[in-house]
Design a binder for this molecule. Structure first.
Ligand code: IVH
Length: 683
């Protein structure tokens, strides 16, 4: 074979591979619908890289192998945007949204129908210039007129197409947002913390920092993402007449367009959707700070024009901010059930998203140290959704010099016992064990709680009262409580005392899994308790298990196995269990004894939001029919139920070829497995 034939073959294959890789990149990153496994993708990629290495003359800057970045530059060259990059006016309430629409209607002298709603990603705006469908320049927005040329960095972003499909115009400037997912943001910060580098405050700063790297190889290692939402230049092809069509075209050219964009007919619909988004935003895996509302008809855009930098045809509906700054007055300590010392922030009260915040979570001592949070600091606090408010970090520039670093106490603030911090663990612990009232309180409360022994009426107040009155020291003491004793406690009416005695009595026949959970073994939650109960059947069998036997159980790793073993062999635990046995607590698992249930042998993973089912109800139902629930998709999984906004689990299931059910199919399976409804009369 002559050398030129060789080269020609290589060239054909290189082109083929680039086309394939670009296609699968687009399916995976832009459409979230991969068609091949990661392994198959890697094989294509490696083949291309090998061919390009063997034939350097075939190299091209547009090749997908070139997303790795290049050596540091000395600075960024300014880029003038031929068409300025605009910003947006804000609306902070439905009223302000209506006021915007009122102005639009006045100017036009008629009503407008049709709006596009786009989640307002909290990243940074960039402009991508394509000539002859090849990426030429990627620039930041800058001040809207002049930005920085960050082409080498932009090229490393997987969702920025390096070449466009045939139907794209000859000259095209696409605008959109570069951003990082919350998970990626967290990963970057964890890495920075490990390297002793200062942390990024939020995904936006982190995305901006990642893009503005002089060394694009650093950018290449950050999982930046890009969504397209607007255009600047467009030449050589008719312009779409509507924003919705424009987004569709951009998707066809090869861009990722946000799949959560939506269309609304009237301004009332728009307002309702914006309110809905305030809650729905939690379901996204990236941060948004509002919703961009655009009039769909692009002819109306020209008619309305802009005021200064702000177009009249669009507006940003902004959510109430979820962050605020305040003073960290002090750091308090909570002693947990297993003795962990949990520091928490005592704050100068501050309003965040309509709620006054006085306390916030601080994780652990290491976290405080690595974020360099000091008592007296001005700190950024964040309240997102239903989660406990968190201290993000200090505002270093507001330091006065009077701030004090925090140190974990060396003795328990509740019982005075020495505090230890075992090697390799993040949490400091009180060694007081059962003698520490704080630990005892948490243990008893956990024992009686709903997911454990589920003793109705035995909440925080009663737990505190019975411990204070000296009536309860260990869980078994609960079963010795008389109606008279309970009635003598303050604020407990006779009737509730009688009810309580009944619910205490009822808890004696809880299944073994709940008793195990109620013991409060470290790392052992509801699911692991169920696994143990299934595997061992009785408390005695569990107590007799060796560490090896525990670890040999599917779903129990060495760390958990060790924790269970150590816990169960301690004298105190044995005492507690004997006490419970003597009190009449049954501690056996009613197993599906020999009865094959319809879903026996199946393992299910749920991902995304279901409409008709809560997560818990769906899981209970599957378990009741004999199925197992798992957290992650593995080769053992047999079914994956996919709701709205599924996570990476869907992709994994697709890769593994696991049966995937949507909610309708899931309902149908359950109905089939459950058999005909019991009360149904044959017709
Ligand atoms: S359109 C014509 N659409 O918001 C108006 N902007 O304050 C130009 N942003 O700098 C922007 N998501 O960084 C538009 N779907 C979206 C957006 C969006 C986020 C950001 C963008 C811009 C800022 C405007």
């Amino acid at each position: 074979m002559s050398r030129s034939v060789d080269l020609q073959e290589a060239q054909e294959r290189v082109e083929e591979l680039r086309r394939l890789i670009n296609y699968h990149n687009y399916q995976y990153h832009a459409l979230d619908a991969p068609e091949i496994s990661d392994g198959e993708y890697d094989a294509l990629f490696n083949e291309l890289r090998a061919l390009e290495e063997a034939h350097p003359e075939l190299a091209s800057p547009d090749s997908p192998t070139q997303r790795v970045g290049s050596a540091a530059q000395s600075g960024f060259t300014p880029v003038t945007h031929r068409i300025p990059m605009l910003s947006l006016a804000n609306a902070f309430s439905p009223d302000q949204l209506n006021a915007w629409y009122g102005r639009v209607r006045n100017l036009l002298g008629r009503d407008v129908e049709g709006f596009v709603l786009e989640p307002k990603l909290d990243g940074l705006a960039v402009s991508l210039l394509y000539e002859d469908r090849r990426l030429k320049v990627g620039a930041t927005r800058g001040d809207g007129t002049v930005g920085d040329d960050t082409t080498p960095n932009v090229r490393t972003i997987r969702t920025v197409p390096l070449t466009l499909s045939e139907d794209a115009p000859n000259l095209l400037e696409v605008r959109g947002e570069v951003y990082l997912s919350r998970a990626a943001f967290k990963r970057i910060n964890d890495e920075r913390a490990a390297n002793g580098e200062p942390l990024f405050m939020n995904p936006r700063n982190s995305a901006a920092g990642s893009l503005r790297q002089l060394d694009s190889r650093v950018t290449a290692r950050r999982p930046l993402d890009f969504v397209a939402y607007a255009i600047g230049l467009w030449e050589g092809k008719d312009l779409p007449r509507r924003q919705w069509e424009l987004l569709e075209s951009l998707r066809q050219f090869g861009f990722k367009v946000n799949p959560r964009n939506s269309y609304a007919r009237s301004i009332d619909d728009v307002a309702q959707r914006c309110l809905d988004w305030e809650h729905e935003r939690e379901s996204l895996d990236y941060d948004i700070d509002g919703v961009v509302v655009k009039i769909d008809d692009r002819a109306v855009h020209d008619e309305l024009g802009s005021v200064g930098r702000e177009p009249r045809w669009a507006i940003a509906y902004k959510f109430p901010p979820t962050q605020a700054t305040t003073i960290l007055r002090d750091i308090g300590i909570n002693v947990g059930r297993t003795g962990s010392l949990n520091p928490f922030a005592i704050l100068e009260p501050v309003q965040v998203a309509g709620v006054t915040i006085k306390l916030a979570s601080l994780h652990n001592e290491e976290d405080i140290a690595r974020k360099d949070i000091r008592i007296g600091d001005t700190v950024i606090v964040q309240r997102a959704g239903e989660v406990i408010p968190q201290v993000i970090g200090p505002v270093i520039t507001r330091r006065t010099g009077a701030e004090r670093p925090f140190h974990m106490p060396t003795s328990c603030p509740v019982c005075g016992a020495p505090v230890v911090k075992p090697e390799g663990e993040a949490m400091a612990r009180c060694t007081g064990g059962a003698t520490c009232p704080a630990q005892r309180y948490e243990q008893i409360r956990h024992f009686a709680s709903k997911p454990a022994m589920d003793i109705d009426g035995f909440g925080e107040k009663l737990t505190a009262a019975v411990i204070e009155a000296g009536l309860v020291r260990e869980p078994a003491d609960i079963y010795a409580l008389s109606q008279d004793q309970l009635a003598s406690l303050e604020r407990l009416a006779d009737k509730s005392a009688a009810n309580l005695v009944a619910s205490i009595e009822g808890s004696k026949s809880r299944p073994l899994s709940r008793v195990i959970h109620a013991l409060g073994i470290r790392y052992v939650g509801e699911r692991t308790s169920e696994i143990l109960a299934e595997q061992f059947g009785t408390m005695d069998a569990l107590l007799a298990a060796s560490e090896e036997e525990l670890v040999a159980t599917e779903g129990i790793g060495p760390k958990i196995g060790h924790s269970i073993f150590e816990f169960l062999r301690s004298g105190r635990t044995r005492g507690i269990i004997e006490g419970l046995r003597a009190a009449g607590v049954k501690m056996v698992q009613a197993r599906g004894q020999a009865v094959e249930l319809p879903l026996t042998g199946t393992t299910w993973v749920l991902t995304g939001r279901l409409e008709k089912w809560t997560r818990l109800a769906a899981e209970e139902r599957i378990k009741a029919l004999g199925g197992r629930i798992a957290d992650n998709v593995t080769r053992q999984s047999t079914h994956v139920v996919v709701g709205e906004d599924p996570g990476s689990k869907l992709r994994r299931a697709q890769q593994l070829g696991t049966t995937i059910l949507d909610e309708v199919a899931f309902d149908a399976q359950l109905a089939k497995a459950s058999g005909p409804p019991e009360n149904e009369t044959a017709s």
